[in-house]
Design a binder for this molecule. Structure first.
Ligand code: ZN
Ligand code: MN
Ligand code: MN
Length: 276
């Protein structure tokens, strides 16, 4: 059985996320390193870091994935935003290392109409620069949902960027909703197999397990509860049957609105689907 968890709120102090995760039965979790909607970061307290590390071990919630805040854009053509984005990533890596979190998940951002190649170039350069800040952390590049001007919606594009990174602190986070929205019918076994092969199963550090609110190829990043979207319950069963998938830690970022279950119940459902 793979490790499964949720994206968990860090309201209060960082270590309280672990209490929430344990409460609902997560065996791994994802958090933001700081307020996801702002650039400002509040320094972590020493007691907070110690409590985080202690609880993570005691509760056996592992891995802890840290997800970059929303504002940074590593593909931005605006020098000021680009620099600020790299600074934010360095800060996120620093926090990962302080907390003992081993993975930082990043979206590759938007080239804002300046062309996909220029966007890839800026992302690869930024990720290359992160080598000396990575410490114990591996950066996982997440596939995008096919939004206009986004970088990393096509899997071959992600692989191309990966190939331009000259260090090994790098891998992928595969989001099932995003890949479906980008036009890959992940609920079909053959397509799912191809997706995993294209990224290379050994390079996938995390799976974001989300159903898709809109139809195949919509280009819309809108998550649905598992079984309540266009991938559907049988789609997830197909996906889980592909070699390598069950070996990956999974994080849900579902809205918990369509389902009658709570987070705990959702984890139970996914565990049942994984056992089948
Ligand atoms: Zn993400
Ligand atoms: Mn995601
Ligand atoms: Mn999303």
């Amino acid at each position: 059985m793979p490790r499964i968890g949720y994206h968990i709120s860090i309201a209060g102090t960082m270590d309280t996320a672990l209490d929430r995760a344990r409460e609902i039965g997560c065996t791994c979790m994802q958090i933001f390193p700081s307020n996801p909607r702002g650039w400002a970061v509040k320094e972590l307290e020493k007691t907070e870091i110690e409590a985080f590390r202690r609880k993570q071990k005691a509760y056996d919630v592992s891995p802890v994935f840290v997800h970059m805040p929303y504002l940074p854009n590593l593909a931005s053509p605006k020098p000021e935003v680009y620099e600020k984005s790299k600074t934010a990533m360095i800060e996120a890596l620093r926090r990962c290392n302080m907390l003992g979190a081993r993975y930082l998940i990043v979206h590759l951002g938007s080239h804002l109409g300046t062309g996909a190649e220029a966007g890839r170039e800026r992302v690869a350069a930024a990720v290359n620069e992160m080598e000396r800040h990575a410490g114990e952390v591996t950066i996982l590049m997440e596939n995008e949902a096919g939004q206009r001007n986004s970088v990393g919606s096509r899997l071959d594009e992600l692989v191309e960027i990966y190939d331009r990174v000259d260090h090994d602190r790098i891998g992928f986070c595969l989001d099932t909703c995003h890949v479906f929205a980008a036009g890959y019918d992940i609920g079909k076994r053959e397509v799912a197999r191809e997706v995993i092969e294209t990224l290379d199963v050994d390079r996938i550090g995390c799976i974001h397990l989300n159903d898709a609110k809109h139809p195949l190829g919509s280009g819309l990043d809108r998550h649905a509860d598992i079984g309540f979207g266009h991938i559907g319950r049988s789609g997830f069963e197909n996906f889980f049957s592909v070699d390598g998938v069950r070996g990956k830690p999974m994080i849900m970022e579902t809205p918990l609105v369509e389902t009658p279950r709570d987070a705990k119940g959702e984890l139970g459902l996914v565990r049942k689907l994984l056992e089948a």
